[in-house]
Design a protein around this ligand. Structure first.
Ligand code: ZN
Length: 134
């Protein structure tokens, strides 16, 4: 997924979740993960963008975000979960795309409504888990 999801939509969803004041910080940390940990950099980096390992990274970053009240870690958690859903289990959607069998999994506009809704739902629920109880 590109900056449209990792920055623009993430910022909107953070506002929706009542995190207006740190929405930009969250979105910046989300979009930056593709530069600080590019998937092609190493296996450890790649594990943040694909499949079940990306879900584990998301939980780890969310745990740290809540513990340290860190908007940066919250943004990283969102990136991992958004990629995990977009890329499919084990990143098979990328393999199919490279083989010319499927749409580009990083193209938000070409994503099915089901995938888009799932990404939004998971993102907002993570943002709400971070928000302290009122
Ligand atoms: Zn990514």
């Amino acid at each position: 997924m590109g900056p449209h999801v990792h920055f623009d939509l993430t910022q909107q969803w953070a506002v929706t979740a009542g995190l207006d004041e740190i929405a930009e910080c969250i979105a910046r940390a989300d979009v930056e993960l593709d530069w600080t940990h590019p998937a092609r950099g190493s296996v450890g980096n790649m594990s943040r963008h694909f499949g079940l390992t990306a879900c584990l990274w998301a939980e780890w970053y969310l745990y740290r975000a809540c513990r340290d009240r860190s908007c940066e870690d919250l943004g990283r958690a969102l990136h991992c979960v958004q990629d995990a859903i977009a890329h499919g289990v084990l990143g098979l959607k990328h393999v199919r795309h490279m083989a010319g069998l499927a749409r580009d999994p990083d193209d938000w506009d070409a994503a099915t409504l089901r995938v888009r809704r799932a990404i939004e739902r998971r993102s907002v629920s993570m943002l709400c888990r971070f928000r302290p109880a009122q």
